[in-house]
Design a protein around this ligand. Sequence first.
Ligand code: HEC
Length: 194
Amino acid sequence: MKFKITIIATLSMLLIAAFLLQTHSVGALSTGISGFSGKDSIYCNACHNDATAIVPTVTMFGPQIVLPGSTHTYTLKISGGQALNPAAPAPGGGLDVAASAGALNILAGATDTRVESGEITHTMRKPVDANGDVFFSFEWTAPGSASTETLYGAGNSVNGNGTNQGDAANITTLDIYVVDELPPPQAYVPIAIK
Ligand code: HEC
């Protein structure tokens, strides 16, 4: 009898421990995530896929013709999405950016981003700006020789309710040509107005 109670007590303790561990790892998601940039055909909507949420537009921009080994700033923008939903408690966004090669880094002093497994992710939900957009900037260093590379970016538009409900994500890519010599600047030819 005593033996039975010990087993039941041990089992329930194990169950509680497993439950706590699980909630702990899930609770860490709002502080960033890697492996969901779209590079491996999977992104945030694997968990943030509320059919009633508004799917945002996600774009990435920055220099697309660069020298080997050079470092440049790139920006991921999330627009639309939960900012358009008046019922969203605190619309904001998060991201995951991965590169085909080269090195990703946060901007000096940045607190909105961090590196996880070589990818750029958020440190916490970033609130939308006055226009309802969320911008994340970061650095990418090109590989040491000429090649064509791709940045894979996922942006999640969240409503700020602290769960994965009411959120929707989207993905984008940016191709970057790493060349040994930069093309000459384009001559500006004014068009005569008739
Ligand atoms: C494996 C499931 C899963 C994936 C994949 C996932 N999330 Fe989450 N995310 C959650 C859960 C669960 C929560 C709520 C708990 C928490 O805050 O961690 C959450 C919360 C968040 C929040 C706060 C939401 C709010 O409304 O307050 C942000 C921001 C966020 N995730 C961003 C992302 C981004 C960006 C991606 C993709 C690059 C992503 N998540 C992928 C499960 C996931």
